[in-house]
Each structure stands twice: as structure tokens, then as C-alpha cells.
Design a protein around this ligand. Structure first.
Ligand SMILES: [Zn+2]
Ligand SMILES: [Zn+2]
Length: 503
């Protein structure tokens, strides 16, 4: 078995690993780079040929894991995308939304290019490409072994990170020898509202493990919702609004679920909450279709007659006119809007109208990747540019880290300690270098063997000992150029400039 790492290795976004087994090529996730990773690596092309991929195993619907599947399809991938049933449903709305965002961004860029006398460029993929790529998706339940071809079977286990998220067990048989690889995808935090805690795994020969918060401990979820309640009360007293930039899928539903409890207790009885994201509205409906994978507490609430994702005062805005109308409200509303890292979508309008007002509050409830608008606001910049305008950061800035959908340092270790037989080696991915290295040190001190993978690394488990071939970034670029032909034959200025920058 051979694993190559092409994304979310020494960084958090763009999850994409390639498994080579018995002559077949299997992709583990096909995510989009975001923030600084996008600037450094771009999303336009793959280092491999899309037509060479036989299967894509998808851990969950987040765009940093699924976002480049439509591009893969556009470039000739015709195999199956294997995922859970809820992931399939969520991808159906999320990928089209992503395609729509690409089209809008490209329209904006092209208007600029036209004024500069440059040729128009195409979006990475359109909403239509995304819709077409859905025909490749196959949804399976948790806990069922699926044989994809002889000597290769997989099983999905609840990762407790997002509705439908999965830890994938992969069992291969090569030359009569069985090997088990486990890929965590994103590993959930314990006690996340609505969804279950991550399932424990018995054993793995090799483990590919995420390390987003490998160097940090979270506060408990319950305290964080208490804090959110307090922020809302205080902000309303000051005459401001509460703006919550939130991932439309997952985090938004968790926040609604938590606020529902306060509304039911009458603590927030006359509150007006606007969920201003068409994607959040659609995915809330999808959540309701998959109540069978909810956790016990949520199931109990539903059985008692309370719909935990609906209450009086909770509004879902649809049209852009309804969204724009929110900008005229000065106080007393909570606006939950996407994107979660503030780089796109309606949230930018709400920040533009509320960020400069000291009576308002901005509450971050999710991870903010380096280089994103969210990260700049969170790290204390005095002004930020939104739609070309400098906006002062005067609002109160809060960060509720305990709401993270990812296990923290201790959560990752506890999950690993539940293994009955420890893996021969743990390959650490999906973390900034500091987080991954810090977690590696913890693992070493506990007697585990691990290594931090970098983009372009190859890990080979065949034979009695593995070999690891590390290629530098420069090597990889030259290899890519080899495939593309001469650099001067590439007819996209942006790509050429990007390559020259790296070289
Ligand atoms: Zn995720
Ligand atoms: Zn992720």
C-alpha cells in the first residue's frame, strides 16, 4: 500500500491523499484549499491525472474535503464517490453552492480583467458542473463493510464532526497480506449538540490522523453556550446586534439547537434570530431528514414534541432583498450568516454594517484559517478591507473555541488510547505545522510512533519496512511542469506567475 499526500499535509485545508492498492488508485477526500493555502497552492489543477482515479472515498461534506470533486469530474474522473448517505445529501447542496460562489467570484474578477484589457477566465467549476458530478456519488450507512474491489473493503464509522462525517476503516489484501489503514477525516469534539461522539476504533496497522487542534485544549461546550447567551444579553443592552459568522452546515444548526434550549426555558423568549444563508436553510432541512443519526439527547427532544431546529423568533431569510433589509436594523437581532471564515457570502455585508459599531458584537464559533478575513478580525487588526472599503474594527470580538467541531489535543489522544492494538505508525495531517509537531511530541512521550506528513510526501508500507520519499516543493513544481510541457505553453498568466513566484 502506498499513500501520497497532496493536501492538508502541513496545513489544514485541501484534504487530498492518494492510496495505491493492487493497481487501483483511490482518492481519500478531494478538498479545496482555503485562505493562505489557496493563495500558495491554488485550486485550479491537480498534481495527478483525474482520469487515473478509480474511486474517491469521502469522509464528510465540508468543502475543504469535498470541494474539488466537481473539478475532478470536469477533468475526466468517472469513478464512484463513496460516502455516507447524509454526506451525499449535504454535498448535493454544498457543492452547487460552492460552484455558484466560483462563478460569482469569477464574474467579479472578469469585470476587472476586462477593464485591464485581459482575456476572461473560467471559474474552477460551475454550479452546473457540481450538479452533474453528483451522479457519481454513492451513499452508504455507517457500520457496514463495503467491498469496492477484490482485496479492498471499507467501513464508515461516525466521526462526530458533522452530520454524516466518517472515520474510514480500509482493509486491503495484497499478495496474501492483510493491512488495515484507518483515516480519521476530521475527528469530532465530544458533546457537540445534535451529533454523536466519535466512534472508537479497535485497531489499525497505519493511521492517518487529523491534528487541527493538536496543540490546544478547548473549553467545554456547555460553558461556551452560556457565554453566547451572556454576549447576546449584553449586546442587546448596549443597543447593538450580534453577528455570528458561521459555517452554514453543521455549526449553524448547532448554534440554533443551543439557542432553542434558552428560548424553551424562556431565558431568550422574545429574541429575533435571522439565519441569513440560503445554504444554511437548505442544510437545516437536510439535518431534519437524517434524525436517525442524531445523538440521544436530540432524539429525546424530538420525541418530547420539541423541534430543536425551530422556534418562534427564528427566521430564515431567502432573497437578497430580505438579506439587505437586515442591514437597516440597528439593534436587537442575532444574525447568523456564512461563510464561516468571512471570505465570501452574505456575512461580508453584515460585517460591513456592524463591525465599525462599538455597541455590536461579532462572535466567532469556528476555525479561522490563516489569511482569511475572519482570522484578521479575530487577531486584532484595527481596520479590515471589505468590498474595497476600509472598515474599522470597533465591535466587541468574541471567540467561542469550545464550540469547535474538532477534537482538541486531549480528545485526539483519548480517541487514540481507545485502540486495543496500537498502530505501527501514525501519519499526522490536517494541522498547521505547530499543531502537528506539538501533537507528535505528545505521541512520542506516550510511546507512539508518528510522523508529520508534508504535501508531496509518499508513504510506502509494502515490504517489511516502509520507505518515505520526501520531495521538496521545487521538485513537485518541476514534476508538474514536466506534465504540462514548457511553462511558456501555458496560456494562463495567473498560473505562470504563480509558478514563477514559487520557483
Ligand atoms: Zn470538517
Ligand atoms: Zn477539515
Amino acid at each position: 500500500m502506498n499513500v501520497e499526500f497532496y493536501g492538508a499535509a502541513s496545513c489544514v485545508t485541501g484534504s487530498c491523499h492518494i492510496l495505491k492498492v493492487n493497481g487501483k488508485t483511490i482518492l481519500l477526500d478531494c478538498g479545496m484549499f482555503q485562505g493562505k493555502d489557496e493563495k500558495e497552492r491554488g485550486n485550479i489543477s491537480f498534481v495527478f491525472n483525474a482520469k487515473d482515479i478509480d474511486f474517491c472515498l469521502l469522509t464528510h461534506a465540508h468543502i475543504d474535503h469535498s470541494g474539488r470533486i466537481p473539478l475532478l469530474y470536469k477533468q475526466g474522473f468517472a469513478g464512484d464517490v463513496i460516502c455516507t448517505e447524509a454526506t451525499l445529501d449535504l454535498c448535493n447542496v454544498m457543492l452547487q453552492d460552492s460552484g455558484h460562489i466560483q462563478e460569482m467570484e469569477m464574474e467579479w474578477k472578469n469585470r476587472k480583467r476586462e477593464r485591464q484589457g485581459l482575456e476572461k477566465i473560467e471559474p474552477i467549476y460551475s454550479a452546473e458542473d457540481a450538479a452533474s458530478s453528483m451522479k457519481l456519488f454513492r451513499g452508504y450507512p455507517y457500520g457496514k463493510w463495503i467491498e469496492l474491489f477484490k482485496g479492498f473493503k471499507i467501513r464508515f464509522n461516525d466521526a462526530g464532526h458533522l452530520l454524516g462525517s466518517a472515520i474510514i476503516e480500509i482493509v486491503t489484501e495484497e499478495n496474501g497480506k492483510e493491512t488495515k489503514l484507518v483515516y480519521t477525516g476530521d475527528l469530532g469534539n465530544v458533546n457537540i449538540p445534535i451529533i454523536n461522539d466519535p466512534v472508537n476504533i479497535d485497531y489499525a496497522d497505519y493511521l492517518i490522523m487529523e491534528t487541527t487542534y493538536g496543540d490546544r485544549l478547548h473549553k467545554t461546550t456547555e460553558n461556551e453556550f452560556q457565554e453566547l447567551y451572556k454576549i447576546i444579553k449584553d449586546t442587546f443592552k448596549r443597543g447593538g446586534n450580534v453577528i455570528i459568522p458561521s459555517f452554514a452546515v453543521g455549526r449553524t444548526q448547532e448554534v440554533i439547537y443551543a439557542l432553542n434550549k434558552y428560548v424553551e426555558k424562556d431565558a431568550l423568549k422574545d429574541i429575533s434570530i435571522y439565519v441569513d444563508s440560503p445554504l444554511a436553510s437548505e442544510s437545516t432541512a437536510i439535518f431534519k431528514r437524517h434524525e436517525d443519526v442524531f445523538d440521544e439527547e436530540a432524539k429525546k427532544l424530538i420525541a418530547s414534541g420539541d423541534d430543536p431546529l425551530a422556534f418562534k423568533g427564528l427566521n430564515f431569510t431567502k432573497s437578497s432583498q430580505e438579506s439587505a433589509a437586515l442591514n437597516k436594523i440597528n439593534s436587537g437581532v442575532v444574525i447568523i450568516s456564512a461563510s464561516g471564515m468571512c471570505d465570501a457570502g452574505r456575512i461580508k455585508h453584515h460585517l460591513k454594517h456592524n463591525l465599525w459599531r462599538k455597541e455590536c458584537s461579532i462572535v466567532f464559533v469556528g476555525y479561522q484559517a490563516e489569511g482569511t478575513l475572519g482570522r484578521r478580525i479575530m487577531s486584532g487588526e484595527k481596520t479590515v478591507k471589505i468590498f474595497g472599503e476600509e472598515i474599522a474594527v470597533n465591535a466587541e470580538i468574541h471567540q467561542l473555541q469550545g464550540l469547535s467541531g474538532h477534537a482538541d489535543r486531549l480528545g485526539l489522544l483519548r480517541w487514540l488510547e481507545a485502540f486495543k492494538k496500537i498502530p505501527k505508525e501514525i501519519l499526522l495531517v490536517h494541522g498547521d505545522l505547530d499543531a502537528s509537531n506539538s501533537f507528535k511530541d505528545l505521541l512520542t512521550s506516550k510511546g507512539y510512533k508518528s510522523r508529520v506528513m508534508d504535501n508531496g510526501d509518499t508513504y510506502d508500507t509494502s515490504g517489511s519496512a516502509h520507505q518515505v520519499k520526501i520531495e521538496s516543493k521545487k521538485d513537485r513544481i518541476y514534476k508538474l511542469l514536466d506534465k504540462l510541457g514548457n511553462i511558456d505553453n501555458i496560456d494562463n498568466d495567473e498560473i505562470v506567475n504563480k509558478i514563477k513566484e514559487i520557483l
